[in-house]
Design a protein around this ligand. Structure first.
Ligand code: TYM
Length: 329
């Protein structure tokens, strides 16, 4: 059976962007693939975070994984920090990735720009190394992610090629990123030129946000000149973003979404429909989230998941260790 693997880092409140670009797609893999989904809690340390915030975000993220349809009987759900093999393999493969290629990563450039230049953590720079370790430890065939993570998966592919060629053996499996056709990059509602993110801006929608507030944000979303509901990223970035959200949640194409609104010439009416689709989806997720928190099952899910993940990761780690001349006992 082929394997699928992905993760989200618990740095902030999960957004509608995370949901549409990644989380919504995770359960699709659990019937036909061996599915590994984890919380990238070590990655969350790459920018300063309060211990309590990290702890709560981690619990919320696991609950949201379950609320969005991941079934612990079909998907191995675990915390990155519970499987020490991630850090061990990271220590090895960091020697096979180059500082030049890491410094070209768009996400590093964007994030480091906003920091004091004398206090950029090494972990932020080396972030894609750990992410590559995450992927290859599970022999992942596919990695479903949003567009902003594609470059990191491609770097992982370079590493796999470099490592396997160096040792003339298929030690690591070559992963393929799976990027959704629609919704791989959801933009901010107040500024459709920037990505929706967990950083707490007014234009971001959170999965656990109050539904009235969500509705208000959508009704106030930045729109463009004209009154037609047409997808045109350059001239109508606001409407295009709302159309993308609508189409993704309805599981239809952008063209089908445009057809539905071909006779609608009032942005307000269109926004009402978008708000309805979004709040309906979030309402379902929030109800399930509450049930999961009340059922107190998270610790058990994580314990079982870590055990299964460790078994798999340990084999790959040992093979890599022996290949390069470490004892790998
Ligand atoms: P993270 O936590 O930043 O984002 C989680 C997932 O959400 C997607 N995403 C978006 N998709 C569409 N529109 C947006 N505005 C948007 N914002 C975020 C991301 O592309 C991602 O798929 N490095 C990863 C976590 C990670 C990982 C891994 C993923 C660690 N190890 C191994 C896959 C495999 C990250 O920080 O994602």
């Amino acid at each position: 059976m082929k394997r699928s693997l992905s993760a989200i880092k618990p740095t902030g409140k999960l957004t509608l962007g995370n949901y549409i670009g990644a989380l919504k797609n995770f359960p699709k893999f659990q019937d036909e693939y061996e599915n590994f989904i984890f919380v990238a809690d070590l990655h969350a340390l790459t920018l300063p975070i309060e211990p309590q915030t990290l702890y709560e975000n981690t619990r919320d993220l696991v609950a949201l994984y379950l609320a969005c349809g991941l079934d612990p009987n079909k998907t191995t759900i675990f915390l990155q920090s519970d499987v020490s093999e991630h850090s061990e393999l990271n220590a090895i493969i960091q020697n096979y990735l180059y500082m030049g290629e890491l410094s070209r990563m768009t996400q590093f450039k964007d994030k480091s720009k906003k920091l004091n230049q004398n206090a950029i953590g090494l972990g932020l720079f080396a972030y894609p190394v750990l992410m590559a370790a995450d992927i290859i430890l599970y022999n992942a065939d596919v990695v479903p992610v949003g567009e902003d993570q594609k470059q990191h998966v491609e770097l992982c592919r370079d590493l796999v090629h470099r490592f396997n060629t160096r040792y003339n053996k298929e030690v690591f499996k070559m992963p393929t990123p799976i990027i959704p056709k629609t919704g791989a990059r959801i933009m901010s509602l107040t500024d459709p030129s920037v990505k929706m993110s967990k950083s707490g801006e007014k234009g971001d929608i959170y999965l656990l946000e109050d539904l009235k507030s969500v509705e208000k944000k959508i009704m106030r979303a930045t729109t463009d000149l004209g009154s037609d509901i047409k997808y045109d990223k350059e001239n109508k970035p606001g409407i295009s973003n709302l159309l993308t959200i609508y189409a993704s949640l309805k599981d239809i194409s952008i063209e089908e979404a445009e057809n539905i609104f071909s006779n609608c010439h009032r942005y307000g009416d269109f926004k009402k429909e978008v708000a309805k689709v979004v709040t309906d989806e979030l309402s379902k997720i929030q109800t399930k989230y509450k049930e999961i928190i009340d059922a107190n099952i998270i610790d058990k899910v994580l314990k079982d998941g870590a055990k299964k993940a460790k078994e798999c990761a340990n084999k790959v780690l040992k093979d890599a260790q022996r290949t390069i001349g470490l004892y790998g006992k």
